[in-house]
Write a protein that binds this ligand. Structure first.
Ligand code: SF4
Ligand code: SF4
Length: 299
């Protein structure tokens, strides 16, 4: 079972190169007793999206930080090192740790988006000159999966509904948009700073630590949020995730939706200016000590 979001489809990929739309039909059924039971979960390559993590950590009674440490591995989504998260598998074969030989998926009602979509691959795209992204689908046909041989025909829309994908897509949509926007911005925007990647990681994957950050003085002295909104964000992971997307879009792309406290921006700029000035002076001092001319000019 593998997902193919945002990737070009390689020639040898099990993803069939025909694009599906919501009304397209597929012939597929996965049901108890099928001969390939669990085969897909023994070849798991599952990229997790933010709402997947919220559902799974809640299911397992873990904090997001504990979940990330125990059940995931990080990877880089692009050449700039944009952080992504994959589900951890067994070391030798990529068997999903949530798979039970007898019972199948032990987190079934909270399984990730990719597991729900399978055997459909979700692909998001955005043209450089257009604001909105588009979602397309493609069929994944892997030799071990016998579901394609079942005589059940249904549309992609029906399959999404059956698998409970809509809620996941709704709450992950902004995440895909942020990735696409960053990707389609191209080299003109340049390589994001390590700090912005840290914020991206925190906001998208480690929601409990993100909440701690929201409660820190460095955040509260800059952003102007009403008590009511702040309580809602603190109480509810989904509300917090929606806020996280807003903050990311503000910080990464300048799409302002969270008001700043009066004078906070100027104060911050002043502090930054002072730090830059200190750094500049330190560099001048250092350069004086290591002046390359020294080795030619003797006192
Ligand atoms: S989460 Fe469940 S459905 Fe997804 S790969 Fe693991 S066992 Fe299979
Ligand atoms: S039919 Fe496909 S999706 Fe269902 S258990 Fe078999 S391999 Fe997995």
């Amino acid at each position: 079972m593998s997902d193919n979001k945002f990737e070009d489809i390689p020639f040898s990929s099990p993803v069939l190169p025909n694009q599906l739309e919501l009304t397209s039909k597929l012939c597929f059924e996965c049901k108890p007793g099928i001969s390939c039971f669990n085969a897909c979960c023994k070849q798991a390559d599952i990229t997790l999206a933010p709402y997947d993590i919220i559902r799974l950590k809640k299911r397992l009674g873990l904090t997001s930080t504990e979940f990330l440490k125990k059940h995931t591995v990080p990877f880089e989504m692009d050449s700039h090192g944009m952080p992504g998260i994959k589900m951890r598998t067994t070391d030798v074969n990529p068997v999903c740790l949530f798979m039970d030989e007898e019972k199948g998926c032990t987190v079934y009602t909270d399984r990730p988006t990719s597991c729900r979509y399978y055997p459909i691959a979700l692909m998001s795209s955005r043209k450089a000159d257009e604001y909105h992204d588009e979602q397309h689908y493609a069929l994944v046909k892997e030799p071990h999966c016998r579901g394609h041989e079942q005589p059940r025909e249904l549309t992609v829309a029906d399959y999404r509904k059956e698998q409970g994908v809509e809620e996941f897509d709704e709450l992950n949509r902004e995440y895909y948009r942020i990735i696409l926007k960053k990707k389609s911005a191209g080299p003109s925007v340049g390589r994001p700073t390590p700090t912005s990647f840290q914020l991206f990681f925190l906001a998208c994957y480690d929601i409990d630590r993100f909440k701690q950050f929201l409660n820190s003085p460095s955040f509260l002295t800059v952003y102007d949020i009403s008590d009511e909104e702040f309580q809602r964000i603190n109480k509810d992971d989904v509300e917090c995730l929606k806020f996280a997307y807003r903050l990311l879009k503000q910080v990464l792309f300048g799409e302002e939706s969270i008001p700043l406290k009066d004078g906070a921006y100027e104060k911050r700029m002043q502090e930054r200016k002072e730090i830059l000035e200190l750094r500049r002076q330190a560099e001048i001092e250092l350069a004086k000590q290591n002046d390359p001319i020294d080795k030619y000019v003797q006192d």
